[in-house]
Design a protein around this ligand. Structure first.
Ligand SMILES: Cc1ncc(COP(=O)(O)O)c(C=O)c1O
Length: 367
């Protein structure tokens, strides 16, 4: 191609983790790269779909879904947009509120979709640090200082957190929300891991404030990734511009997906227990492993943890050696912000997670 015929394009930072995740070599004996559960099939019976169930218009279905979902998640009466997974929810929730050239506060470490989306929309991501020596908690005072320093009016966080699996406690949540309100800012909370907290989980963050949008999906804890069903929930004033952004992107959620997703809401006890059981098993397995020089903050909610490597490893090196020697597939921590960490996740059967952890620890603790 000559310089004259090159097509002009704007440059944006790709979402490197997702590109990597899509090309992971299949067949690992210990697929510790996962962060969501497989479908709870065949115990979950959502019935079959007839062609008539797949045809639009879907307005009635959509209204029924949002009403039922909002009630189940502790935000009855909320407005909502149903989108194609939490990924689209991030863009739809950010699109109306990211201002060109203005700061957007996002976490570090993090699953970087919020950061990349903010930048794609013209915002300037600014990190709020979660620190390992503080148990990866979100510090309201640090947020307050950063809001004062940058004048940011938009913050995006994930709770429970990816990659560490830790949750924000009730008192800290209230303090964070008060801080956001005091600064007249908007907080977008990606809550797609919340189903791992089981049926007794707290209501969505949006329940406590009209300065908060909550987003989520059926992907992780409920194992229904293939439905590609996600949402943005909050007050009508906040959700309306998100719905306008969605009009540009997808027009309507697929009727077939909505039909099955609405049916899934009749099985939430089963789905929540499925998620909670998996999270508890992971906590037990991790607690029973001798980690040696490797270490981690015990995850509270979810099936993922962020493992600190013994000195001397880079995350790519560790991932490659673990895969070659033991068939363990982990995720390099540099995708989330730390090259001296790995993200490990445990889902599904067909392998013994305790044995996988034992192999992982013994391999990493080599001298
Ligand atoms: C924090 C976070 N947000 C969003 C997503 C994307 O979820 P979905 O598959 O529902 O689009 C993921 C997937 O790993 C995630 O970890």
């Amino acid at each position: 191609m000559t310089a004259e015929t090159a097509i002009a394009r704007r440059s944006f930072q790709p979402f490197e983790y997702m590109a990597w995740a899509k090309q992971v070599r299949p067949g690992a004996a210990y697929p510790f790269n996962v962060s969501g559960l497989p479908a709870p099939d065949p115990s979950l019976d959502l019935g079959s779909l007839a062609w008539g169930d797949c045809l639009g218009p879907s307005r009635t279905l959509l209204d029924a879904f949002i009403e039922k979902l909002a009630g189940l998640l502790g935000v009855p009466g909320s407005a909502g947009v149903v989108v194609s997974g939490a990924s689209e929810a991030i863009t739809v929730a950010f699109a109306p509120f990211v201002q060109a050239g203005q700061p957007v506060i996002v976490e570090n470490p993090a699953y970087r979709a919020m950061e990349r989306s903010a930048a794609l929309l013209g915002g300037v991501p600014v990190h709020i640090e979660r620190r390992e020596d503080e148990g990866w908690r979100l510090d309201p005072e640090r947020l307050d200082a950063l809001l004062r320093q940058t004048g940011a009016k938009l913050i995006g966080i994930t709770d429970p957190h990816n990659p560490t699996g830790v949750s924000v406690d009730t008192a800290t949540r209230a303090e964070l929300v008060r801080t956001v309100e005091r600064h007249g800012a908007l907080l977008v909370v990606d809550e797609l891991f919340s189903f791992f907290r089981g049926p007794e989980r707290p209501p969505l963050w949006a329940a406590g404030s009209d300065h908060v949008l909550s987003l989520g999906s059926m992907t992780k804890g409920w194992g229904l990734s293939s439905l590609r069903c996600g949402w943005v929930l909050g007050s009508p004033q906040l959700v309306e511009p998100c719905a306008q952004a969605f009009d540009l992107l997808t027009v309507n959620p697929p009727t077939a997906t909505l039909t099955l997703a609405l049916r899934a809401l009749d099985h939430t006890r089963q789905l929540d227990e499925y998620a909670l059981r998996a999270a508890e098993q992971v906590r037990q397995t991790l607690a029973a492993t001798e980690w040696g020089e490797a270490s981690m903050v015990s995850p509270q909610d979810g099936i993922i943890a962020y493992l600190k490597l013994p000195r001397g490893w880079t995350s790519e090196q560790a991932v490659s050696v673990l895969r070659e020697r033991h068939g363990i597939q982990a995720v390099p921590g540099h995708f989330f912000g730390h090259d001296d960490h790995l993200r490990v996740g445990f889902a599904g059967d067909g392998y013994d997670p305790a044995e996988g952890c034992r192999l992982l620890a013994s391999c990493l603790n080599r001298t």
